[in-house]
Design a protein around this ligand. Structure first.
Ligand SMILES: Cc1cc2nc3c(=O)[nH]c(=O)nc-3n(C[C@H](O)[C@H](O)[C@H](O)COP(=O)(O)OP(=O)(O)OC[C@H]3O[C@@H](n4cnc5c(N)ncnc54)[C@H](O)[C@@H]3O)c2cc1C
Length: 459
C-alpha cells in the first residue's frame, strides 16, 4: 500500500482489541487513518495475557508463534522489538502412552515419521503398526480435490496406530479439537500439497526436512519465536497506534459505515474492521453467512501454570510431552516452559504448563481455581513426579478455539462474498484463515489493504 489515506477514508473503527484488532490498528494508522478501537473488556490483548510474578513471566494464552510465518516478525521488527525476539529451545519430545513417557522417534515431523531406523527401533508402536505406516509408501493419493477430515486422511495413509499414538495428540492439540472434525483444507493444507507432489507423506516430509547442519546446536533451531518480556509487550507496543481507545464498550451491531453500541448510541465511520472473537460475527452483522460462521463449533480448554523449585520437578531432557487419549488422563499435554522458553522462569526454578482437555472442562467450570489446579496436579503426578508448587495460575478458555470443520473454506468464501456488498466493512481474525498469531496479523493486514482498495475503487 503506497498512498496514504486522506479525507475520504480516515476515520476507522476497529472492533476487538486482540492481536488481530491491534495489528489492524497499526496498519490503518500507518496508512494515515484516525483509529478508534472498541473493546468489550477492560484491557487490550484478547487471548494474549502476560502476568509477571516472583520473577516468572506467565503466558496464560499463546506463548509464541511459528517462526516460518514472516508477517508477525516483520511487525515486531517495525515496532522496534527485534532485539527482544527469542527462539524456543528444542529437545526431545515425548508422548505419554501405555503408562510411560516415550521418546518421539527422531526425524518425526508433525507426527509423520521420516527416518527409517528410528521408526524401526522405537517402542512407541507395535511391529504391526510400523508395517501399516509403511503402506504410505505405496498407497495411492487419498485427497481427490474435495475436503476431508484429517482423521480420514492420516488413518488411510499411515494406519490407526500411528494416528492414535502420535498424530492425534500432536495435531489435535494445536486446534484443541478432534481429527474427525478437522478439515484438512483449512488446517493443514501443506499435507495435501505434499501428497499431490510425492504421493507418499513419509517421502514428502523427508524431502522437506533440512539436514541438520554441522555445528548448529539443536537449541538454535527451535521453530517458535516469542518476546523476551512476554507477548504482553507486543500488545503494549501496538497501543500507540490507537488514537481513541474505548474499553469496556460492547458493540451491538454493525451496518455499512455505522456502529451501534450496546447503550443504543450510534456512530458513523468511514471504514469499520471487525476483529472480534468468532461468536460475535453473526450477531453483529446479522446476515446468514456470518451467522453460519459464528455457529461453528468452538472448543474450550483450561491451562494451569505451576511454578516450582527446579529440584522439585522430575523433568527429562526435553520440552514436554503430549498425552495419548487412550491413557484416560484429563490432561492433553504438559510443557516444561522453563526448558522451552528459559526466559520465562528465574534461574533454579521450573514452570510447567498443563492443558486440560475440552471434555473435562464442563465439570470443572464452576470449581475454584485452587481445586482446578489441584486436580491438574493430581493428573500430572500420574505421569511425572513433582513437589509442592510455589504457586499456580489457572486460566479458563471457554468456547474460544474455532474448529475448522470439513467444508470451512466454502463457508469462509460465502461469508467474504456476502460481506463485499457491505460498503466500508471488513472482517478478520482467527475464524477465517488460520488461528495462529501470524495468521491473525496476516488477516488484519489484508483487511486494511482491502478497505483501502475498495475505497480507492469507489472514489
Ligand atoms: C490457550 C490458547 C493458547 C494458544 N496458543 C497459541 C500459540 O502459542 N501460538 C499461536 O500462534 N496461537 C495460539 N493460540 C491462538 C491465538 O492465541 C488466537 O487465535 C489469537 O490470539 C486470536 O486473536 P484475535 O485478536 O483474533 O481474537 P481475540 O484475542 O479473541 O480478541 C477478540 C477481542 O474482541 C473483543 N470483542 C468480541 N466481541 C466484541 C464486541 N461485540 N464489542 C467489542 N469487543 C468485542 C473480545 O473481548 C476480544 O478482546 C492460542 C489460543 C488459546 C486459546
Amino acid at each position: 500500500m503506497s498512498e496514504k489515506w486522506v479525507n475520504q477514508l480516515n476515520r476507522i473503527a476497529i472492533i476487538g482489541g486482540g492481536i488481530t484488532g491491534l495489528a489492524a490498528a497499526y496498519y490503518a494508522k500507518e496508512a494515515g487513518a484516525h483509529v478508534t478501537l472498541i473493546e468489550a473488556q477492560d484491557h487490550l490483548g484478547g487471548k494474549i495475557k502476560t502476568i509477571y510474578r516472583d520473577g516468572f513471566t506467565l503466558e496464560t494464552g499463546p506463548d509464541g508463534y511459528m517462526a516460518r510465518k514472516p508477517t508477525l516478525t516483520s511487525l515486531i521488527t517495525d515496532l522496534g522489538l527485534a532485539d527482544q525476539l527469542v527462539r524456543s529451545r528444542t529437545g526431545t519430545s515425548y508422548i505419554y502412552v501405555r503408562k510411560q513417557l516415550r521418546q518421539m522417534p527422531a526425524g518425526s515431523v508433525m507426527g509423520i515419521p521420516t527416518k527409517f531406523w528410528p521408526m524401526v527401533k522405537t517402542d512407541l508402536f507395535t511391529w504391526r503398526g510400523k508395517l501399516r505406516a509403511g503402506f504410505d509408501l505405496v498407497i495411492p493419493r487419498v485427497y481427490a480435490g474435495e475436503d476431508i477430515s484429517l482423521d480420514r486422511f492420516f488413518r488411510t495413509r499411515l494406519g490407526s496406530e500411528v494416528v492414535d499414538t502420535m498424530i492425534e495428540p500432536l495435531l489435535s492439540g494445536i486446534y484443541n479439537g478432534t481429527l474427525e472434525d478437522m478439515s484438512i483444507e483449512s488446517t493443514f493444507p501443506q499435507f495435501i500439497t505434499i501428497e499431490q507432489k510425492t504421493r507418499s507423506l513419509i517421502l514428502g516430509m523427508k524431502a522437506l526436512t533440512p539436514p541438520v547442519q554441522a555445528g548448529v546446536k539443536p537449541s538454535e533451531t527451535g521453530k517458535f519465536l516469542s518476546i523476551e518480556q512476554g507477548l504482553g509487550a507486543l500488545v503494549e507496543a501496538l497501543r500507540p497506534s490507537i488514537d481513541r481507545l474505548m474499553l469496556k464498550t460492547l458493540v451491538q451491531s454493525v451496518r455499512p459505515h455505522e456502529v451501534t453500541f450496546a447503550d443504543g448510541t450510534v456512530e458513523q465511520f468511514d471504514g469499520i474492521i471487525l476483529a472480534t472473537s468468532p461468536q460475535a460475527l453473526g450477531p453483529l452483522l446479522g446476515f446468514p453467512e456470518a451467522e453460519r460462521l459464528s455457529s461453528l463449533k468452538r472448543t474450550s480448554s483450561m491451562t494451569v501454570l505451576a511454578a516450582f523449585d527446579e529440584s522439585d520437578v522430575d523433568a527429562l531432557d526435553g520440552t514436554g510431552y503430549v498425552i495419548a487419549k487412550s491413557e484416560g488422563n484429563a490432561l492433553t499435554a504438559c510443557s516444561w516452559m522453563h526448558k522451552k522458553w528459559p526466559h520465562l522462569a528465574p534461574k533454579g526454578k521450573a514452570l510447567l504448563r498443563m492443558y486440560i482437555g475440552s471434555e473435562h472442562v464442563p465439570s470443572l467450570l464452576h470449581e475454584e481455581d485452587d481445586q482446578i489446579a489441584n486436580f491438574a496436579l493430581s493428573e500430572l503426578r500420574r505421569i511425572q513426579k513433582v513437589g509442592t508448587p510455589l504457586f499456580t495460575k489457572v486460566e479458563r478458555h471457554i468456547q474460544t478455539m474455532p474448529q475448522y470443520e470439513v467444508g470451512h473454506k466454502q463457508d469462509v468464501r460465502a461469508f467474504e462474498e456476502a460481506l463485499l456488498k457491505w460498503d466500508g466493512v471488513e472482517a478478520c481474525g482467527a475464524i477465517l484463515h488460520g488461528v495462529g498469531l501470524p495468521d491473525c496479523v496476516d488477516s488484519a493486514k489484508r483487511a486494511v489493504d482491502h478497505l483501502h482498495l475498495r475505497q480507492a475503487v469507489t472514489v
